[in-house]
Design a protein. Structure first.
Length: 383
């Protein structure tokens, strides 16, 4: 079996899909064995139009042409031109490899490739189109309909997304394989003194803040998070300020205005986009992790929190119950009062905290990137 994995999502900022692609690439490499015909005999990577044996590294800083890219993305004509031309450039790069399976890790597949697989991470552009820029919805609606026709097999991050995909598009369930994600080996409980040293540049201390991570955009439901946290008693939220880190997304201007006001009041810190090397320390140092997302195809941050030995309060929407099991406090994503009550419990209830940490660590053991890679290889075997 020979495979080419697309690696375009491994770029700045390294969001959820980029981290998925990077971790999957590393895990698949451990299965590569030219001597075993039953396993992966060759693994290559397609970055842009170039194929190589090297997994690309994600930059921690924005490239110089970021402003130009954003301007092009906002242009309907330019984005349509990109949509039409970019896939054919990949087709041309893949043409010398007709016996390889091509895996598109981010929904999209180029035309004219016989053996291909695509990962659908979620259906939010269909289920929650109001939570995306209009041009992104237009682009993805067109591309995803093409992917459904081109793919031999589809992969999803969760059983929830697998069944949602089959039902929404009347797609054969047997042609969709679930390959659950995992947290990186960098996420685990850490010594408090070392955490304090790592958090010194942020002015934070272990166990003295709540944490949210994710892109600052409507789907993450930060309005409910702010409403809920603001209802906590003033001494409590000032003792345990809410730390938010994530790349500034679209439609977030009003949220950032609220961030600034809450920072002045002493109960919030916005750190912006956190570097990959800082994230495990930020997770391990949190007293509680809060994730009120409206919709997730998997919800990797809640798993990273559990792996780090941190209690979780999250919404009960989409795939999140599948990930957290009975280890978290869950509420309807728009129930601000419920979130306020559970956040307070997660900060103050020592008995619950101890049980939640223990259950979360056990739950996290069910997920691994090696298992994700093996389930992905199962999809390749179907091809």
């Amino acid at each position: 079996m020979k495979v080419i994995l697309g690696t375009d999502p491994i770029k700045y900022p390294l969001t959820g899909i980029g981290r998925y692609t990077y971790e999957l690439a590393k895990a698949l490499r451990s299965y590569e064995s030219p001597e075993l015909s039953s396993e992966l005999s060759e693994l290559l990577f397609l970055q842009g139009r170039h194929i190589s044996r090297d997994i690309p590294a994600a930059s921690e800083t924005a490239p110089r042409n970021t402003g130009l890219k954003r301007m092009v993305q906002r242009s309907r004509l330019a984005s349509e031109l990109y949509r039409l031309t970019a896939p054919w450039l990949k087709t041309r790069a893949l043409k010398p490899y007709p016996r390889h399976i091509y895996h598109g890790p981010n929904f999209y597949l180029p035309p004219g490739v016989d053996n291909c697989v695509a990962t659908f991470h979620d259906l939010s552009v269909f289920s929650f189109p109001e939570c995306h820029p209009a041009e992104r919805v237009r682009f993805m609606h067109k591309e995803l309909s093409l992917t459904l026709r081109r793919a031999k097999v589809l992969i999803t991050d969760s059983e929830f997304t697998r069944r949602e995909l089959a039902q929404y598009f009347n797609y054969p369930l047997a042609k969709i394989v679930t390959a659950r994600l995992a947290s990186s080996g960098e996420f685990y409980p850490r010594d408090g003194q070392r955490i304090n040293q790592a958090l010194l540049p942020f002015g934070l201390s272990a166990g003295q803040y709540s944490l949210f991570t994710g892109s600052i955009e409507p789907r993450k439901n930060l309005k409910t998070l702010l409403d809920a946290y603001q209802q906590l008693p003033v001494p409590l939220r000032q003792r345990y300020p809410l730390v938010i880190c994530g790349f500034k997304g679209w439609g977030s201007e009003s949220l950032h205005a609220r961030f600034e006001q809450a920072e002045k009041e002493g109960w919030l810190r916005y750190l912006g986009f956190a570097r990959a090397e800082d994230l495990p320390w930020l997770f391990a140092g949190a007293r509680t992790f809060i994730f009120p997302s409206l919709y997730e195809g998997f919800g990797l941050p809640v798993l990273e929190a559990m792996s780090s030995g941190v209690p979780v309060v999250c919404s009960n929407s989409s795939s999140l119950p599948e990930v957290v099991g009975d280890s978290a406090l869950m509420h309807d994503p728009l129930d601000a009062d419920g979130f306020t009550s559970s956040i307070r419990q997660s900060l103050e209830d020592a008995l619950w905290r101890e049980a939640a940490i223990s259950r979360g660590l056990e739950r996290a053991k069910l997920f691994s990137w090696r298992r994700c890679a093996q389930e992905t290889i199962n999809a390749y075997n179907q091809v």
